[in-house]
Design a protein around this ligand. Structure first.
Ligand SMILES: Nc1ncnc2c1ncn2[C@@H]1O[C@H](COP(=O)(O)OP(=O)(O)O)[C@@H](O)[C@H]1O
Ligand SMILES: [Mg+2]
Length: 213
């Protein structure tokens, strides 16, 4: 069983939206039993999404950040393959504990200078803990390739690994969440539907590297 946490202290960086898309892609691509732990109990966005969803998977539960470690141990016994942990957009000392029990940390980040700078403490926490991590560029607007490349280059130069994937800024992501779906489950735009799959493949590669290290 592997644990993938989505962490960014910047609110509105698309943690929940990206986590839902990527976890549904992972469940489908690996035929995996997926558990989502929603530790943003005040907002409960992932839990609310589950309430709007018709499919019986993935399982979504509310969980206090401090209880994730214990819940992970039970999840292993229950036969889950992958656990995704959604977090609130604020600095919380308990995030250190979550990072320590994660196999990979995805750091969602919009491609702007303000967002880029806001995630620096999260990147440092992962580096300090020696946990594999990757910045996942989200809400990427059309025709902004040069600016996005600058943000990628900055993260790389400053020791922040950037995933070879990105999620576009598209209303379809919002519509999917509103309907209890992932963007890959909506028909009509195969290119967009592919984005979370590409992101999961990039995370899977990093997990494989870590396991082999
Ligand atoms: N790829 C996307 N395209 C368009 N809007 C998005 C995308 N991802 C997130 N959003 C929107 O951005 C806002 C913040 O997203 P959310 O997933 O709630 O972020 P967080 O969990 O980090 O607070 C929401 O209004 C959401 O609908
Ligand atoms: Mg959220």
């Amino acid at each position: 069983m592997e644990c993938v946490a989505f962490i960014s202290q910047k609110g509105g960086s698309a943690k929940t939206t990206s986590l839902i898309s990527v976890s549904v892609a992972a469940a489908r691509m690996e035929r995996a039993g997926v558990l989502i732990l929603d530790t943003d109990i005040a907002q409960g966005s992932a839990l609310a999404w589950r309430g709007r969803r018709n499919a019986p998977w993935p399982v979504v539960e509310a969980c206090r950040l401090a209880d994730v470690d214990r819940r992970l141990r039970r999840a292993r016994d229950e036969g889950f393959d992958l656990v995704f942990v959604d977090t609130a957009g604020r600095d919380d000392p308990a995030l250190t504990g979550l990072i320590a029990c994660s196999d990979f940390v995805a750091v969602p980040c919009r491609p702007t200078v303000l967002d880029r700078d806001a995630i620096a403490p999260n990147v440092w926490s992962c580096r300090r803990a020696g946990v594999a991590f990757g910045v996942l560029l989200t809400c990427v607007k059309a025709n902004t390739e040069a600016r996005v490349q600058q943000i990628r280059d900055y993260h790389r130069r400053s020791g922040g690994c950037v995933l070879d994937a990105q999620l576009s800024d598209r209303v379809r992501y919002q519509s999917a969440i509103a309907s209890g779906l992932s963007v890959s489950e909506m028909s009509g735009d195969p290119e967009l539907a592919d984005e979370p799959k590409v992101a999961w493949r990039a995370i899977r590669r990093r997990l494989a590297q870590t396991a082999g290290a």
